[in-house]
Ligand binder design. Sequence first.
Ligand code: ADP
Length: 170
Amino acid sequence: MVIAVYPGTFDPPTFGHMDIIVRAASLVDELTVGIYENPGKQPLFSLEERVSLVQEAIAGLSNVQVRAFKGLTVDFIHEMGGRVMIRGLRANSDFEREFEMALMNRKLAPDIELLCLMTSSQYQFLSSTLIKEVAKLGGCLEGMVPNHVAAALRDKFPVHGELAIGKGKM
Ligand code: ADP
């Protein structure tokens, strides 16, 4: 039985995250999407909001669940009974960061294996940070985030959002 955890901030979840979730879920028996509070990043969405946005996005995936966590990711993975950490890679910069974190995590928890999935090319440019920038400036988010995430962004940035999301570029 392979139990894996896909940790991240998910502020907000994008189709890039969803692609990794669906592909990872097909490789393992159970996948937990672990959402960390990450106050250092000053998330736009609260922890509860991010949990419910991911929850709605994974509806229909029978072996995937969502949990919030604080503290060390490796401790959370142990709590879940997992041995595999899933991460997504977009570019060289992701690789360097993941490599560094992986070496630290191996030191902390040698029993946990990191499994990095390469982004699908159509999502290579997608990041939560860019999505928030685009939403703030009133750009169209079609094909980048699920509809309910676009609606949640529209609530956070009402003026531009109402004008633009779903109605083409400004
Ligand atoms: P973190 O703060 O841990 O980087 P994120 O929510 O930004 O949290 O990302 C979580 C994971 O998802 C990371 O491994 C990141 O590289 C991956 N990821 C984010 N966007 C994409 C994408 N478009 N394609 C593939 N992987 C992605």
